[in-house]
Design a protein around this ligand. Structure first.
Ligand code: SF4
Length: 412
């Protein structure tokens, strides 16, 4: 009996949703036929058709792909239904583009359209972390002995600038890289500065019911986190996602799913993770940390030897090659398995002895270490699912891998 009642309610809810979406369709029509021309907006061929098709797809609960020529005003074409949908559903809508310039342009477009529709949703522009100033790193850098501090940096910080675009272009990129956000959410980051703009944005992204303008890298990182059963970077209530410039998505996903592991990166991650435990308690980690470091040395020495062997035996000069084969031998995979196991074991001990509250909301270095260990284990179990190769950074070897099935990941 209750089953039929539930079915009945669901059918009814679907009907109401469909009716509401049809009502939105009328508003879209009125926007393009009345409101936009009255407000001096020039309508372009194909633009309204695109909007109507989007509405049709929403009404029928379908995905929709559109290829639109340059200059038809496609951002207006999707922003109008998206804004109205957001108002009706009270759920976040994600718009992912491929470049910062497009994100900025969209920010402008959406603020032009909103007053015409009499809507005022929260709009969040989520750029990559490296675009924002990290107060903690900036403070450390400004107090570093003999640091080069250009006047553009000092003056910008004094004026309260928070984003790269506010600082003069003359500020050298290598200096900006010393003061921007690099590893958000690791260790004490996330708690250290109330005025941190990036922290504020990341917080709002989780709880907003508004419009999120992000880039495809950010969207990919979010979806991959959800896939790993983490909580993701954006509110999980979002049920409409628009991918603009979608032809770039495959490259973005490939980049986002390509992982690099070097000995230096591993040591730095272990160091950050160890800092989660009070200095006075760290001696309990000594044995496990030493074992993980030894496993790292053995594995990366093995990779170094593989590279050297390929250089020695190649018919051509391979000293300057940028990629080398990973031999996938039993010996290499055994060393990798020991590495994966030891880093996971250190990370679990760290979490056992630290007094940080490990929550879904904050990714710590020890969480990253566990994720890396699990990732390496998956690589060992199913090496045929990944492309694996070696690269050299200076004199150090790096293990690089990515899934073979990028297309499948995108479809998912
Ligand atoms: S919260 Fe993180 S990113 Fe923000 S200022 Fe602090 S350390 Fe930097």
């Amino acid at each position: 009996m209750s089953y039929f009642w539930k079915m009945d309610t669901l059918t009814r809810q679907k009907e109401i949703k469909k009716a509401n979406l049809s009502a939105i369709g009328e508003k879209v029509t009125s926007f393009f036929w009345d409101i936009a021309p009255e407000n001096g907006f020039e309508l372009r061929e194909g633009q309204q058709d695109m909007s109507f098709e989007i509405m049709d797809a929403l009404i029928h609960d379908q995905h929709f792909a559109v290829e639109a020529g340059v200059g038809i005003g496609k951002s207006f074409g999707y922003l109008v239904p998206a804004l109205l949908y957001n108002k009706m559903m009270q759920k976040p809508v994600i718009v992912a583009t491929s470049t910062i310039a497009l994100q900025e342009q969209l920010w402008k477009d959406i603020h032009d359209v909103m007053p015409l529709l009499n809507l005022q949703p929260e709009v969040i522009l989520a750029k990559g972390q490296t675009h924002y100033l990290c107060h903690k790193r900036a403070n450390e850098y400004l107090h570093t002995k003999d640091a080069v501090i250009p006047k553009e940096l000092r003056e910008g910080i004094e004026k309260g600038f928070e984003e790269r675009k506010q600082f003069p272009a003359a500020l050298p990129q290598n200096i900006w890289d010393k003061v921007n956000v690099q590893r958000y959410g690791i260790g004490t980051c996330g708690f250290c500065s109330k005025k941190c703009v990036y922290h504020n944005i990341r917080f709002r992204l989780r709880y907003t019911a508004g419009i999120i303008l992000c880039n495809q890298d950010f969207l990919t990182a979010h979806l991959l986190q959800i896939r790993r059963e983490q909580c993701g970077l954006i509110s999980r209530d979002a049920d409409l996602i628009i991918v603009d410039e979608a032809h770039n998505l495959e490259d973005k996903v490939r980049n986002a799913t390509t992982k690099r592991v070097s000995q230096r990166m591993l040591l730095s991650l272990m160091k950050s993770a160890t800092n989660e435990v009070k200095a006075s308690d760290r001696q309990v980690l000594y044995k496990e940390t030493a074992a993980a470091q030894a496993a790292g040395r053995a594995f990366f020495n093995c990779l170094q030897a593989q590279i050297q062997k390929q250089i020695n035996f190649a018919q051509q000069d391979m000293r300057y090659a940028d990629r080398y084969f990973f031999d996938g031998s039993r010996h290499s995979l055994q060393l990798l398995a020991v590495l994966a196991e030891t880093i996971k074991s250190v990370a679990f001990s760290i979490q056992l002895h630290s007094n940080i509250a490990y929550t879904e909301q904050l990714t710590t270095a020890s969480d990253e270490l566990i994720a890396l260990g699990e990732n390496l284990e998956e690589l060992i179990e199913e090496p045929e699912d990944s492309l694996i190769w070696l690269e050299r950074r200076g004199s150090n070897a790096e293990l690089v891998y990515c899934p073979k099935n990028t297309r499948q990941i995108i479809n998912r």
